[in-house]
Write a protein that binds this ligand. Structure first.
Ligand SMILES: [Ca+2]
Length: 134
């Protein structure tokens, strides 16, 4: 017994009703593709914004670390000027560990920048060539 092919309908409260862009009651494959493309675009936008925020945060962290490194000697000078002998001594003892740690943070930042720049540039070049096809 052959089952007759019946057009599919959505329940009236379906969240997919909004996909019917021209309101004719039929969700065409084109309308589906269009909705998919819009979602893809929004996803890409959000991803880019998140990436942007992440890069800003990392950049600020690197600047903060660098500023701390540059101001560290002044902290020692201020300690001496204020007669805080013990504070100056402690700062001096900490210096070797501190400078190596901060240098590691800054180096990691620039290293990751260089690495991602290299990793990103290749797929973009490929994608640009692909986009030219149509
Ligand atoms: Ca339609």
């Amino acid at each position: 017994m052959a089952v007759a092919k019946k057009a599919k309908t959505l329940e009236s409260s379906s969240k997919y009703n909004q996909l019917d862009a021209d309101g004719d009651g039929i969700i065409t494959d084109d309308e589906m593709a269009q909705a998919e493309a819009i979602m893809e675009l929004e996803f890409r936008k959000v991803t880019m914004e998140n990436e942007d925020k992440k890069q800003d945060a990392q950049r600020n962290m690197a600047w903060f670390a660098l500023a701390g490194m540059l101001l560290y000697p002044f902290a020692v000078v201020i300690g001496v000027a204020l007669n805080l002998v013990q504070a100056s001594e402690i700062l001096g003892d900490m210096a070797s560990v501190y400078f190596v740690s901060v240098a590691a943070i800054v180096a990691a930042f620039y290293g990751s920048q260089a690495y991602t720049a290299k990793a990103v540039s290749k797929p973009v070049a490929k994608k640009a060539a692909k986009d030219d096809d149509w």
